[in-house]
Structure formats: C-alpha cells, structure tokens
Design a protein around this ligand. Structure first.
Ligand code: ADP
Length: 260
C-alpha cells in the first residue's frame, strides 16, 4: 500500500504561533437553551503579529478570545498559549499562566484609583514578586508617551492616557501575547487612533504579539491580519486590511445572512 502522509492535525506555521486554537468549541447551556458560541474553530495567532478578530455582535469574538487566553473554559478542542495546552491546566496553573505569559486590555481601564500610573503599571509584577526590567519598562513607557505622567493618579489622566497606562501594565512583563477586548471602546476617536497606533508600534517596534477583538473596521485596519467570525465560525480572513476592505466584507456577510 502506498505511503500517504498523515493529515496534519495542526495548522501550518505552527512554530510561529503565539497562541492556537484547534477544533475549539464552546457551548453554553443545555437542550433548548443551548447556544453554540464557538463551533470547531481552528486558528493560529502568529508571533510578532497584530491580529484583529471581527464579526457582528454575538458572533463569538469575545468567547474565542476568552477561551484562547484561559479566561474561560471550552467544551471541546484544544487551545494553546505557546506550547502550553490550556485544557489540561488546573485553575491555579491557569491563573499563573495568565499572570506570567499574557497581557490583557479591556474596554474598561481597570486601574486602581489610589495608585499612581507607575504603581498601576508594575502592580501585576509586584503581586507576582517579580522585579520589572527597568530598561524594558522605560521603552514601553516612552513608546506610549507616558514618561511625564507616571506620578499621576488615574483621576488626573485623560481616558486615552488611562488606557495607555493599562497597555503599559499589560506589556510591562513583556508577555508572550497581549489580548485586547474592544480596547478602544471607551475612547474618543483621537485617543482611539493614538492607542491603535501604539498597539501597532508595540508589534512592529517592540516585537510584541497582539490579538484584538473589535467590531470597528477602522480599528481592525491597524492589524496585520483580520479574521472574521459569524455564528461561532471563522468565515474569512484578510491580510494587510484597509478599513474600507473590512467594511465591505462585513457588509457582504450582512447581505448573505439576509438572503439565507
Ligand atoms: P461577540 O463577542 O461576538 O459579541 P460573544 O462571544 O459574546 O459574541 O457571544 C457569542 C454567543 O454566545 C452569543 O450568542 C451570546 O449570546 C452567547 N453567550 C456569551 N456568553 C454567554 C453566557 N455566559 N451564557 C450563555 N450564552 C452566552
């Protein structure tokens, strides 16, 4: 019988993936109230890349981010950060993995009001008993334009500055990957443009890996690659996206879903 190569069970370019989902499914509820939030999703998030996850509300964007980053459990399949399989980790191990290897930025800035910007930035490392690499911290703080603001408390900072502090906090430990869930959702358009520019610079200039959930085509256009979700499945992807290109693709999904 002729030899046939085994079908690869992992997506190509596996060696460069900072995070990966293979056949990932997430089902909420049971019986009639069951919701399939993720339906057999396989995707690689390339190291040193900026990836945006787009899709209409309810398409599974946040669920995908939460399952791949260890914030939520999944029903079946596999999710990895680097070479670490999340499904096999206990709660404490997951907490440690999130703390040591992952940076998070959410729509809400989640800064502690009584601490200065610098204290907020180093807090996760302080809690972990780790010392910040001052050279790296300086680089991050300078890139984010925060050097003159480090002694200010959050109430003395604009929304855009507070979110930049949150990004600096996420990057302070030079994480394996940084996840953003609608990080520009609470910002005006100028601060949003600035923040997206900083996220892109953290990838291009500092070699970080960013995965960002967004519903905004302009935000997605800052990424190197956009993956599109609909009904819990990846339905398309775009490299070197433009805002118009993303918008047109989203409109075509709307039309298809109305026709079907
Ligand atoms: P998106 O981020 O694209 O708006 P989500 O990932 O939040 O979408 O949600 C995907 C689907 O899963 C939606 O149908 C949503 O209603 C459902 N869902 C999300 N969280 C829960 C939950 N805790 N319990 C039940 N259903 C949920």
């Amino acid at each position: 019988m002729p030899y046939s190569a085994p079908v690869p069970s992992r997506p190509v370019q596996a060696e460069t993936a900072a995070a990966r989902a293979v056949g990932l499914s997430k089902i909420y509820g049971h019986g009639e109230t069951q919701v399939v939030a993720l339906d057999n999703v396989s995707v690689d998030f390339g190291r040193g890349r900026f990836t945006a996850i787009m899709g209409p509300s309810g398409s599974g964007k946040s669920t995908l981010m939460h399952c791949v980053s260890g914030l939520d459990t999944f029903s079946s399949g596999s999710a990895r950060i680097g070479e670490t399989e999340l499904g096999s980790l206990k709660d404490k191990q997951l907490t440690r993995l999130r703390r040591d290897k992952i940076g998070f930025v959410f729509q809400a800035f989640n800064l502690l009001p009584t601490l200065t910007a610098l204290e907020n930035i180093t807090l996760p490392m302080d809690i972990a008993g780790r010392t910040a690499d001052t050279q790296w911290l300086d680089t991050v703080v300078n890139m984010l334009g925060l050097s003159g603001r480090l002694k200010h408390r959050p109430s003395e900072l604009s929304g855009g500055q507070q979110q930049r502090v949150a990004v600096a906090r996420a990057l302070a430990s030079s994480p394996e990957i940084m996840f953003g869930d609608e990080p520009t959702g609470n910002l005006d358009s100028r601060s949003s443009t600035e923040l997206l520019g900083f996220l892109r610079a953290s990838v291009r200039e500092l070699g970080q890996t960013v995965v960002m959930v967004t519903h905004d085509p302009v935000a997605a256009s800052y990424a190197d690659r956009v993956i599109f979700l609909a009904d819990g499945r990846i339905v398309d992807e775009m490299f070197r996206p433009t805002a118009d290109g993303v918008l047109n693709l989203m409109k075509s999904f709307d039309t298809k879903s109305r026709v079907s």
